[in-house]
Design a protein around this ligand. Structure first.
Ligand code: ZN
Length: 338
């Protein structure tokens, strides 16, 4: 099959790859209904994260089960399923605690920017819908697989509660869906930090009440002004840089909560300044599996429309253009049709 491989920074190729097959009895192979480019794919694409060898790309997926290993008991061919970027058994102590991305048997799922995909630990990883979803729900079902699940974790890890004042750092797809998630959890005021008009517009559609365009120390100052000088109850960091992390911690009130879901690159925190902020910190790779059943239901019942973050749809063969468009910030997120 033809699939997506990153050879070196900026060099995305759609080329001949081995067809995925069942390797372990607990595997499934699915045919993708849709896949997409993740903001985190841009780290290796931009050379910030080293690419030592040609690497299959893509970790967001939904589709139809084609084949299951003999050890798979809860799924059968023909079902529509969604999974997340780490396969998990969903039974070990970490999974039982709700941290499936720290599963003792976790395996990274890669190679999803392809027509077909092998998913390890299929019983624990994949959640099937009751029926095949209609075509118009596919983008939102795909968003559940990573960006929405990650935005949801950002809101939950930052303790967003009804009536809360929330600030979201980052206007990528995860940041925008963190706004949607905070709204769903009953936040009263949601301040989105964004400089881009199309993203500001979507943030408002998803529930943002205020937009802050300043960054860094000025951004922190602006949040303080908007919150009676105290800072936000919950700050959701959805970027992963030193500046965004400092901005998030600075924008939280004493005793407030900061979640961080952007993969950190070059972030270091000074213990003593952190000590005096009095903030709670909670982040990491989002345990999307924990949220899949609830988020799938919200999409299925048309309570939310997270698929709106896909503002570019391309045939899978044009995946390289999807990367370019996101790298140049011409697109928020590119959906790929196999
Ligand atoms: Zn586990």
């Amino acid at each position: 099959m033809l699939a997506t491989v990153l050879h070196s920074p900026g060099d995305i190729r759609f080329e001949d790859c081995a067809d995925p097959e069942i390797i372990k009895p607990t595997d499934a192979v699915i045919r993708l209904s849709a896949t997409c480019v993740c903001g985190s794919d841009l780290w290796p694409y931009r050379g910030v994260q080293k690419v030592p060898e040609p690497t299959p790309m893509g970790h967001e997926y939904c589709g139809i089960v084609e084949e299951v290993g003999r050890g798979v008991t809860s799924l059968k061919p023909g079902q529509f399923v969604i999974g997340s970027f780490f396969a998990s058994d969903n039974t070990c102590p970490s999974c039982a605690a709700g941290y499936q991305t720290s599963c003792q048997h976790r395996e990274l799922v890669i190679g999803a920017q392809a027509p077909r995909l092998r998913v390890p630990l299929a019983d624990g990883t994949l959640v099937a819908t009751a029926e095949i979803p209609p075509e118009e729900l596919i983008p939102s079902m795909l968003a559940v697989s990573d960006v929405l699940g990650t935005g949801w974790f950002a809101a939950e890890a930052a303790n967003v509660k009804p009536g809360a004042t929330v600030a979201v750092v980052g206007d990528g797809a995860v940041g925008l869906l963190a706004v949607l998630s905070a709204k769903q959890m009953g936040a009263e005021r949601i301040i989105a930090m964004s400089r881009h008009s199309s993203r500001q517009k979507l943030a408002r559609e998803f529930g943002a009440t205020d937009i802050v365009t300043e960054r860094g120390a000025e951004g922190v100052e602006r949040i303080k002004q908007l919150t009676k000088g105290v800072g936000a109850d919950s700050v959701l960091e959805c970027v992963g840089t030193q500046e965004s992390m400092q901005q998030a911690i600075g924008a939280a009130r004493p005793g407030g909560y900061v979640s961080y879901v952007g993969v950190p690159h070059g972030v270091t925190l000074d213990g003593q300044s952190l000590f005096f902020t009095h903030v709670h910190l909670h982040g990491g790779p989002a345990p999307v599996r924990r949220y899949l059943p609830n988020l799938i239901n919200l999409v299925w019942n048309r309570k939310i429309d997270p698929g709106k973050v896909f503002d570019l749809t391309l045939p899978l063969a044009q995946v390289a253009e999807g990367y370019r468009a996101m790298d140049e910030r011409r697109a928020i997120k590119a959906l790929l049709r196999p």
